[in-house]
Design a protein around this ligand. Structure first.
Ligand code: SAM
Length: 243
């Protein structure tokens, strides 16, 4: 299938304008390069079933960027994306926050290879794609309690995701967790996890992704206390026996 660059950029730019975030031509070009490489490598790396240009723009690029007009990010700069897959939302956010440091973590080495090649291709600095499981990395001293922000999309239910995410945060740091329409139920089931891990729900924001009908929400979590060293538990346990 022939992919038309002009059309792609036009659709992308129109969506970004609706999000009301500032952007440059360079960022549009980078997302175009990202798209081309993603399509080229998709089969090899089994990245996503969403490949049609408009769907990638809405469901991956704009859905990743939509949080930027909601957040007051201040001076803090160290981000972690847990279960980033093909870089959503972390890689896309990095392109729009070029001065921030981004760590992209995934348990699939194929996806991490893809991301390392992509960041080399785009000439990015201040980005690190790492292969591993959140449960293991969060027990390593350089990673634990060291992030200002954690983000994550489509990785696990909230109670499980909190056990992955909260140990990585500095006290006063925030987790931005993308969720769908079942978010209220997930919040109810996550009360105990929040207490145990030392975190609170700051707010829930309804997201409006241009051109997307799906209900999207952002759960904003603040880490308020130190997390006991026994969390996260061994790889696989958080999912098997959620807090
Ligand atoms: N965040 C991306 C997105 O929204 O397109 C990818 C979502 S994909 C459904 C879930 C990803 O999380 C997979 O790439 C998987 O390898 C990764 N993952 C699942 N559990 C993980 C864990 N415990 N630690 C690190 N990565 C994990």
């Amino acid at each position: 299938m022939e992919i038309n660059k002009e059309k792609f950029i036009e659709k992308l730019e129109s969506g970004i304008k609706k999000l009301n975030i500032s952007y440059s031509n360079e960022q549009l070009e980078q997302l175009w390069e990202y798209y081309l490489f993603f399509i080229q490598e998709n089969k090899k790396y089994n990245l996503s079933t969403i490949t049609e240009p408009e769907a990638v723009i809405k469901k991956h690029f704009l859905d990743s960027l939509v949080i930027l007009n909601q957040l007051d990010l201040g001076q803090r700069k160290r981000w972690l994306d847990i279960g980033t897959g093909a870089g959503f939302p972390g890689m896309v956010l990095k392109l729009f926050l070029p001065g921030d440091s981004f760590y992209l973590l995934d348990s699939s080495s194929k996806k991490v290879n893809f991301l390392n090649q992509l960041s080399y291709k785009l000439g990015l600095t201040g980005i690190d794609a790492t292969h591993g499981r959140a449960e293991d990395l969060a027990q390593i001293e350089e990673w634990r309690g060291s992030f200002d922000y954690v983000c994550s999309r489509a990785v696990a239910s909230l109670n499980v995701l909190l056990e992955y995410a909260v140990p990585f945060l500095k006290i006063g740091g925030f987790a931005y967790l993308y969720k769908g329409p079942e978010y209220k139920e997930e919040i109810k089931e996550a009360e105990q996890a929040l207490n145990i891990l030392g975190a609170e729900i700051k707010e829930t924001i309804e997201l409006d992704v241009p051109g997307l009908k799906a209900e999207r929400y952002l759960i904003v979590i603040e880490k308020t206390d130190l997390t006991d060293k026994k969390y996260p538990r061994r790889a696989g346990i958080p999912k098997k026996r959620p807090l």
